[in-house]
Design a protein around this ligand. Structure first.
Ligand SMILES: [Zn+2]
Length: 101
């Protein structure tokens, strides 16, 4: 096993063992709260954080309270990090099979 492969596998393993992770897209939307005399009714909308993802064929979304945003973003970041590392590992094997040809 090359040192690059060992390092990549070790990084993947660490994240898999300990890191909370979630596949989702974090989006910030401008929304109105519905109160007639709120500033948002005059056009100055509130910022609201949502996560969206697909399950089966269906798209789903969920509102995330402000105090949960940072944590949820870190979960999504960890998921993407694992995906990137898997792609790096895959690339090593792509190179290997290319060399063997
Ligand atoms: Zn409002």
């Amino acid at each position: 096993m090359s040192s690059k492969e060992r390092t990549t596998r070790s990084r993947i393993a660490k994240l898999i063992h300990y890191a909370p992770m979630m596949r989702a897209t974090v989006t910030v939307r401008r929304v109105t709260c519905g109160k007639a005399n709120c500033r948002c009714a005059a056009g100055e909308r509130h910022l609201a954080v949502y996560i969206t993802s697909r399950k089966g064929g269906a798209r789903r979304q969920l509102f995330i309270p402000r105090e949960k945003e940072e944590e949820v973003r870190s979960w999504v970041g960890n998921y993407h990090r694992v995906r990137e590392l898997l792609d790096e590992l895959s690339e090593l094997f792509w190179e290997r099979v290319t060399k063997e040809k």
